[in-house]
Design a binder for this molecule. Structure first.
Ligand code: NAP
Ligand code: MG
Length: 406
């Protein structure tokens, strides 16, 4: 008989949609509930409930994370026109992830799950590379203009009393037209981003790397560099030195070159566009979307765990038809273990942390022993011994867990 423990404090649970909702339930029932009594505050962020509550439930869930500090979220549908029809929605509700991120002023970090039978595309990467993407401003909130012909483009700033404090020529279009673009960021958003990165580096006990193009963009990228350096010097230098980790700022091209030659094992903080591009590169080099976790960290230390992938809609429709699916629950499982471990660390309950470690080990051992879902079987070396349905895979993890967690 396995020992049964309980968490001291609450984890905010946010349920979701489609195939991930199906896996969510299995993970809870087969892997967690038999071993740990997790104190839960439950929010159903399934699309139906969001529609019923006019999406108030998403805001309530975000508030709950602020109260309890730790949340775990299942993937959810961000509705488009087709979903409005499919679910007869009152409107095209906003992305719950976007809403929660805005409420917590959080930064998203993506971290791959590594197993020894799936080799990363880059040979030297033996440790996970965590990518933190600044999710505000730059080209994603730009103003652009297609210049039709000769004329002058200027950058003008007027303060709120109407004084023109700056006017600079972007370009004098002499012979023909072209394009112009205006982008911005705010000091407070950059500062929050820097703090979230430093908090998460400390949490993960990994070095923090940040690169920007401050030699060319002396003011714009230079401001990112200055704010990061300021936050580090004032609030984190001592904490980093106690934890034995480093912060280094270099030119973005140098950062990229050094990442490629590294063994991994760092947090790579990226400006918005760099993060958009680099997180997809890093994710695909590590193998599979189903092995990528995602963590939302607020500068206040509130933290929410989830899988990086969506609700795996294609598999869900097969599931609804009664067909067996081979959806991979690893990232969703690691969202749960991340939240449970964090709860244990915050509460000082060693056995709760040990359970999270054991469950992760059981899942990793299962895959490394050649038992896996179809997506991983395509990548595994040596070949998979057994390719399982979602449910059988979870049962295999449960078997392994029973032999570890006694
Ligand atoms: P998706 O759920 O990420 O799935 C895309 C494809 O990736 C799947 O069809 C499958 O490939 C593969 N895949 C993803 N996760 C997998 C897993 N756990 N196991 C095995 N294969 C996996 O993206 P989507 O189908 O384009 O989006 C579905 C819904 O998810 C959308 O409504 C979107 O709004 C939502 N979404 C939510 C989040 C979130 O809540 N964090 C993030 C992204 C998208 P094969 O079909 O080739 O097997
Ligand atoms: Mg992208």
């Amino acid at each position: 008989m396995a020992k049964k423990i309980s968490t001291k404090n609450v984890i905010v649970e946010m349920d979701g949609d489609e195939m991930t909702r199906v896996m969510w339930k299995m993970i809870k029932e087969k892997l967690i509930a038999p071993n740990v009594d997790v104190k839960i505050e439950y929010y159903d962020l399934g699309l139906k409930k969001r529609d019923e509550t006019d999406d108030k439930i998403t805001l309530d869930a975000a508030e709950a994370i602020k109260r309890h500090g730790v949340g775990v979220k299942c993937a959810t549908i961000t509705p488009d026109k087709a979903r409005v029809k499919e679910y007869s929605l009152k409107q095209e509700w906003k992305s719950p992830n976007g809403t929660i991120r805005a409420q917590l002023d959080g930064t998203v970090f993506r971290k791959p799950i590594l197993v020894n039978n799936i080799k990363p595309g880059v040979r030297t990467w033996t440790k996970p590379i965590i990518v933190g993407r600044h999710a505000y401003g730059d080209v994603y909130k730009n103003t652009e203009f297609k210049v039709p012909g000769p004329g002058k483009a200027e950058l003008v700033y007027t303060d709120c009393s109407g004084n023109e404090l700056f006017r600079g020529t972007i370009h004098d279009f002499k012979k023909s037209g072209g394009v112009i673009q205006g982008t911005h960021n705010t000091d407070s958003s950059i500062r929050s981003f820097a703090k979230a990165c430093m908090e998460y580096s400390l949490d993960q006990k990994v070095d923090l790397w940040f690169g920007a193009k401050d030699t060319i963009s002396k003011t714009y990228d230079g401001t990112f560099r200055d704010i990061f350096t300021d936050v580090y010097d004032k609030e984190y230098r001592d904490k980093f030195s106690k934890a034995g980790i480093l912060f280094n700022f270099t030119l973005i091209d140098d950062t990229v070159a050094r990442i490629m030659k590294s063994e991994g094992g760092m947090l790579w903080a990226c400006k918005n566009y760099d993060g958009d591009v680099m997180s997809d590169m890093v994710a695909s080099a590590f193998g599979s979307l189903a092995m990528m976790t995602s963590v939302l960290v607020s500068p206040n230390g509130w933290i929410e765990y989830e899988a990086a992938h969506g609700t795996v809609q294609r598999h869900y429709y097969k599931h609804l038809k009664g067909e067996e699916t081979s959806s991979n629950c690893m990232a969703t499982l690691f969202a749960w273990t991340g939240a449970i471990r964090k709860r244990g660390e915050l509460d000082g309950t060693k056995e709760v942390v040990a359970f999270a470690d054991s469950l992760e080990k059981a899942a990793l051992d299962t895959v490394e022993n050649g038992i896996m879902t179809g997506d991983l079987a395509k990548l595994a070396e040596p070949h998979a011994k057994k390719i399982c349905s979602t449910e059988v895979f979870i049962d295999e993890i449960a078997k392994k867990l029973n032999s570890i967690w006694k």
